[in-house]
Ligand binder design. Structure first.
Ligand code: NAD
Ligand code: UD1
Length: 338
């Protein structure tokens, strides 16, 4: 299939490009490069040995999306393009509603104009809000505690209305848990601008000596060791989940489907530190800090629906996540010194 990846130069998009090409899809990336660089696409090209057209454009620009869809005879879209920093979303809510919500609206308008009605959307487990039961299945009630989460929720609801109005759509909403790690080649991975908000890139930078120590946000949660528990999923497994979702859109007779992409297994912050130290033979200095506002104690998926309907299951464990994250961090050090 010819697939347009909005946000295709980003962390998840670049890994999905590799997985889609391995599954013999043709990939075109559409990205405004606000949080990525075109070199990411070149690296995907070198991993896959395939040329990937990059359209530099903004999803809010409906005409530019329309042109990309028609110029490349696109049959399906995987929509990663979005802003994702929770703290920034609270400071700049208008930017988040504009980029994420208006961006998605412009995208689906252009798709409707072009008769492309197959869409996979990057949502987040953040839409489950404070867990009322665990594991979180797709029927769990949704809510949002910050503007970023609210954009995901609003987009999910908008897509629901669109699918209800026109059952010709085939929309797959993927609720990611905590994607971490990097491709085996270490050519692509997660390299956030500034100080990382998320745990794994923070740990990698502490291990590399780029940051002095990790703050563990709270050790008084109601969990086995008192630190927050999350469902970390290897980025390559997550990428393969998109290939499975895209395939399901052609076989499942339902305009809108929601699938969790997680492992079903929770690990604490201390589990993550210890695994990273053991697997990579490094040391991660840390101190216990106050809780971070908005954090929940425990969050992990029921991956049963994705297993049953997509035939997808994460297969890479915590050691592989930690090893690949560290390989990528060391590759960045070589790249930056070279
Ligand atoms: P990322 O920032 O690495 O990638 C997003 C890409 O979208 C970037 O290349 C950026 O330049 C591009 N982009 C942003 N706004 C755009 C616009 N208006 N037009 C065109 N391109 C635009 O982030 P990521 O981690 O790869 O996340 C991809 C998607 O997955 C996002 O929608 C994010 O909210 C969602 N998500 C990510 C996580 C995570 O932990 N990384 C978890 C849940 C959901
Ligand atoms: C966060 C976002 C979520 C978003 C996801 C992916 C919040 C409240 N949630 O999820 O909306 O979809 O990232 O981008 O920001 N931790 C530390 N020290 C750190 C960083 C994190 O102890 O320096 C802890 C956190 O308290 C948490 C765990 O590590 O218990 C994971 O944190 P993180 O990687 O930020 O992911 P989430 O909070 O699950």
């Amino acid at each position: 299939m010819k697939v347009l990846l909005t946000g295709g130069a980003g962390y998840i998009g670049s890994h999905c490009a590799v997985a889609l090409i391995a599954a013999e899809h043709q990939v075109v990336c559409f990205d405004n490069l606000s949080n990525s660089r075109p070199q990411a696409i070149e690296r995907v090209e070198s991993i896959t040995g395939t040329r990937i057209p990059l359209v530099v454009g903004d999803v809010r620009d409906r005409e530019a999306v329309h042109r990309a869809l028609t110029d490349h005879a696109i049959e399906a879209v995987v929509h990663f393009a979005g802003l994702k920093a929770v703290g920034e979303s609270a400071e700049k809510p208008m930017l988040y509603y504009d980029n994420n919500v208006r961006g998605t609206l412009a995208l689906v308008e252009a798709m409707a104009e072009c008769g492309v009605r197959r869409l996979v959307f990057s949502s987040s487990a953040t839409v489950y809000g404070q867990p009322q039961y665990l594991p979180l299945d797709e029927a769990h009630p949704t809510s949002a505690t910050n503007p970023y989460g609210r954009t995901k929720l609003m987009i999910e609801e908008m897509l629901g209305d669109i699918a209800a109005a026109d059952p010709g759509w085939r929309i797959g909403v993927l609720r990611y848990f905590n994607p971490v790690g990097a491709h085996d080649s270490a050519l692509i991975g997660e390299d956030p601008n500034g100080v990382p908000n998320n745990l794994m890139p923070f740990i990698s930078r502490v291990a590399a000596g780029r940051l002095p120590e990790l703050s563990v946000f709270g050790d008084d949660y109601d969990t086995a060791d008192g630190t927050g528990v999350r469902d970390y999923v290897h980025i390559v497994d997550l990428a393969e989940g998109h290939v499975a979702a895209l395939a399901a859109l052609t076989t499942i007779d339902r305009p809108l489907s929601i699938w969790n992409l997680g492992t079903g297994q929770g690990y604490s912050v201390l589990d993550m530190i210890r695994s990273f130290e053991r697997v990579n033979a490094v040391s991660i200095p840390y101190r216990i800090a106050p809780r971070r506002a908005g954090d929940v104690a425990t969050c992990y998926a029921s991956p049963a629906k994705a297993r049953d309907e997509l035939g997808w299951q994460a297969s890479r464990g915590l050691d592989a996540m930690c090893a690949s994250a560290w390989r990528f961090e060391r590759m960045l050090a070589t790249r930056n010194s070279g």
